[in-house]
Design a protein. Structure first.
Length: 282
């Protein structure tokens, strides 16, 4: 039996190299760490020790199966983050909860599955020159598209998303290209470090898509803390992605609690902090 099992997906069975930094640190301290694919039916999760969700980057393609897996694992061992947080965070409507709690988020129009929406009219009414269309259940850039009112196939893209699930439409934030997204990583109850991400970053191993370490501003850190403070359950890791609005104030793009890259390689102390947090719950 392993002390810890880091969970990944079939496309990356050996874990993201970023997560392997934490494995090395845990091993150095005498803990045993295994890597398993979440969808592998042969795994005995009751014998997996503490289960840590990491690069399960296909979960959105098997949403209900993944949530069922989380519940099954939670019934036999510790899983981080906890199943209640994972379930709620797997649908981006959690941003509505943040907004109701007074946390500034990117303005969002929510469209339910099967409900027609005239995208050109929506953008005209809100005076959005460009917008971003996303699925409500998704990961990285899957199904995400920046559109302009004159795009011939923008409506078709939205319509296709609404066949299988809900969708969301947000104004394009020019600062994602100039200033960049700021990913604020929190580990074990506290802020750890931050990274700058590129706009529309493709799914890739940590550090392979142009991310660089940055110093988060006091305003960004305050916003991230406000977002995390809304969580009702304990958490082991969290990443809050923020971007400046037109007034230069940060707003939340994402609060990631399932499988976010933690950019451990971009901060010398981060692998140790992650190991500390894991050993504290063991």
């Amino acid at each position: 039996m392993a002390d810890f099992t880091f969970v990944t997906y079939a496309g990356l069975p050996g874990l993201d190299p970023d997560d392997r930094l934490a494995v090395v640190e845990l091993t150095r301290r005498g803990a045993s760490v295994a890597a398993q694919v979440w969808s592998d039916p042969a795994v005995d999760w009751a014998d997996a020790g503490i289960v840590v969700i990491r690069s399960t980057w296909d979960y959105y393609l098997h949403h209900q199966s993944f949530l069922s897996w989380v519940d099954r694992v939670a019934a036999v061992t510790q899983i981080w983050n906890p199943s209640a947080l994972v379930r709620r965070n797997s649908i981006k409507t959690y941003l509505q909860d943040l907004e109701r709690s007074g946390v500034p988020v990117v303005p969002t129009i929510w469209i339910e599955r099967g409900v027609p929406c005239d995208l050109r009219r929506l953008m005209r009414e809100r005076r959005w020159e460009r917008a971003v269309v996303k699925p409500v259940v998704g990961l990285a850039t899957a199904g995400v598209r920046m559109v302009e009112p004159g795009d011939d196939d923008a409506q078709a893209h939205l319509d296709a998303l609404l066949v299988t699930g809900g969708a969301m439409v947000q104004p394009f934030m020019p600062s994602v290209s100039s200033y960049g997204e700021r990913a604020l990583v929190h580990i074990g109850g506290a802020y750890s470090h931050a990274a700058r991400k590129i706009a529309f970053q493709p799914l890739a191993n940590a550090g392979d898509a142009g991310e660089v370490p940055v110093v988060a501003s006091p305003e960004e850190r305050s916003l991230a803390e406000r977002a995390i403070a809304t969580l009702a359950e304990p958490w082991l890791y969290a990443r809050v992605d923020v971007v400046p609005d037109e007034a230069g104030m940060p707003v939340v793009l994402e609060l990631e609690l399932i499988e976010p890259t933690l950019f451990l390689s971009l901060d010398a102390g981060a692998p140790k902090r992650f190991a500390d947090a894991l050993l504290a719950v063991a």
